[in-house]
Design a protein around this ligand. Structure first.
Ligand code: UGA
Length: 443
């Protein structure tokens, strides 16, 4: 199929490269000509595992980039909208979606061949049919359902593993206004093996996306609520959750006796909170959307509320050992919202570091790859150490915030130190007895 992708952010570019690798003819459109030139010359504007190699295999053959939206839309059978939908504390900002829909519609004016417009960006239920559809119809002078198709095909790409998530999808949600639109979306994924295709309406597809992220976020906050209770009654939440995980409905036992450990269990563990560009934004957008529709969404409001409190728990744990933080040398290990990325958006680490600075602590931070991003937020209020050794050498307290594997070596690194620094484990990644002054979320 000939596919035009509007927007070359991480969703657009991974989608474009993935579809091109599966044999579609893809044109990626972006307003930024430097970005377009970079892609065409074999470069990659974002850091995503495996993307450089994937682009390398398709650029110049089945994938090209351009700033010429009109021509690309006219040459394609299907256009996918992959632009940003930031949340502005009240509702999602549809500015980029509207602009893309208007340009796509204008490009389709006067054409007669069948074309499907597909929204891939995360948008609240109703947006595809009530906002995108009418704009495309008005700008094109054509009627959706006749020579135009319209659909919603949410993305389920986690940062750091987006390429692998795209190439091996759990499911494809083909939300179309009619059968033909659904067929077009399903057709895009014909080369992806035996993947379940969920044929549904755009509105359902939109809610599936939000529900997926809301569920995972809620599991994390649920686990944190239990972890906080456990710690206040002298129980270890890790012990509790490990036993809960053994429920066969959570970790089924196969006929040969082997136990399956589903990925979802990783979300059923206490910690210092979730971050990233999706969970917080999507849950807040869903709460706001629900409220507008007369549903207060109390559970999701608690998900956010608990998450916002978790960084504070880290400071409270530190205060259990050292009540006065003024002038204290404190190290924060990890700045990215999760390991494997340099993304610090909504990272609990930044909140924790900023709170420590406000308390008068001398804060040193270390992350294997996220210093540049973190510096944009924290500036010179903290010191950036080049490695874990120098980050921790004079620390009176060390807060472990992102579970980078290299932090597992911390106990050996500080074994000879006297007095021993307090270690606050926000991810419960170290054995409790591996350091002498240990505190952790959920203990
Ligand atoms: C998330 C979803 O996982 C993707 O399916 C979805 O497509 C994406 O949002 C999106 O809406 O675009 P992402 O935000 O990149 O992806 O990162 P995750 O790996 O899901 O991590 C989110 C938060 O959950 C992090 O704070 C992380 O620490 C936490 N997490 C992640 C866990 O607690 N356990 C895990 O096993 C993985």
């Amino acid at each position: 199929m000939k596919v035009c992708i509007v927007g070359t952010g991480y969703v657009g570019l991974v989608t474009g490269a993935g579809l091109a690798a599966r044999g579609h003819d893809v044109v990626c459109v972006d307003l930024d000509d430097e970005r377009v030139d970079l892609i065409n010359s074999g470069g990659c504007p974002i850091h995503e595992e495996g993307l450089v190699e994937l682009l390398d295999s398709v650029v110049g053959s089945t994938l090209t980039a351009t700033t010429n939206l009109a021509q690309s839309v006219q040459d394609a059978d299907c256009t996918m909208i992959c632009v940003g939908t930031p949340f502005d504390e009240d509702s999602i900002d549809l500015g980029q979606i509207r602009a893309a829909a208007a340009s796509i519609g204008a490009a389709l004016r006067g054409r007669s061949s069948y074309h499907t417009v597909v929204v891939k960006s995360t948008v609240v239920p109703g947006t595809t049919e009530e906002v995108v559809g009418p704009i495309v119809e008005q700008a094109s002078g054509r009627t959706i359902g006749e020579s135009l198709g319209l659909g919603m095909n949410p993305e389920f790409l986690a940062e750091g593993v987006a390429v692998s998530d795209f190439m091996n999808p759990d499911r494809v949600v083909a939300g179309g206004i009619d059968e033909r639109s659904q067929d077009q979306i399903a057709g895009l994924y014909r080369g992806f093996g035996d993947v379940p295709i969920v044929r549904t309406t755009p509105r359902t597809a939109e809610l599936i996306k939000y529900t997926s992220n809301a569920l995972l976020s809620t599991l994390i906050s649920f686990s944190n609520e239990i972890a906080n209770l456990a710690s206040s009654i002298g129980v270890d939440a890790v012990e509790v959750m490990d036993a809960v995980h053994l429920d066969r409905r959570l970790s089924p036992v196969l006929a040969d006796g082997r136990r399956v450990t589903p990925g979802v269990l990783a979300f059923l563990r206490g910690g210092c909170g979730f971050g990233g560009s999706c969970f917080g934004k999507d849950v807040r957008a869903l709460i706001s959307f629900g409220t507008e529709h007369g549903h207060a969404m109390p559970m999701l409001s608690s998900t956010i509320h608990i998450n916002e409190r978790q960084p504070v728990r880290m400071i409270e744990l530190l205060r259990r050992r050292i009540p006065d933080l003024d002038g204290l040398d404190v190290t924060v290990l990890g700045l990215a919202f999760k390991p494997g990325t340099d993304d610090v958006r909504e990272s609990p680490a930044l909140t924790i570091a900023a709170m420590l600075v406000d308390e008068g602590a001398n804060v040193t931070v270390y992350d294997p790859i996220a210093h540049t991003q973190a510096r944009r937020v924290l500036g010179d209020r903290v010191s950036y150490a080049p490695d874990v050794e120098s980050a921790t050498e004079k620390a009176a307290a060390i807060l472990l915030v992102t579970s980078w594997p290299e932090f597992r070596d911390l106990p050996e690194l500080i074994a000879e130190r006297s007095p021993q620094p307090v270690v606050i484990d926000g991810r419960r990644m170290l054995p409790r007895t591996s350091v002498s002054e240990y505190e952790g979320i959920g203990i």
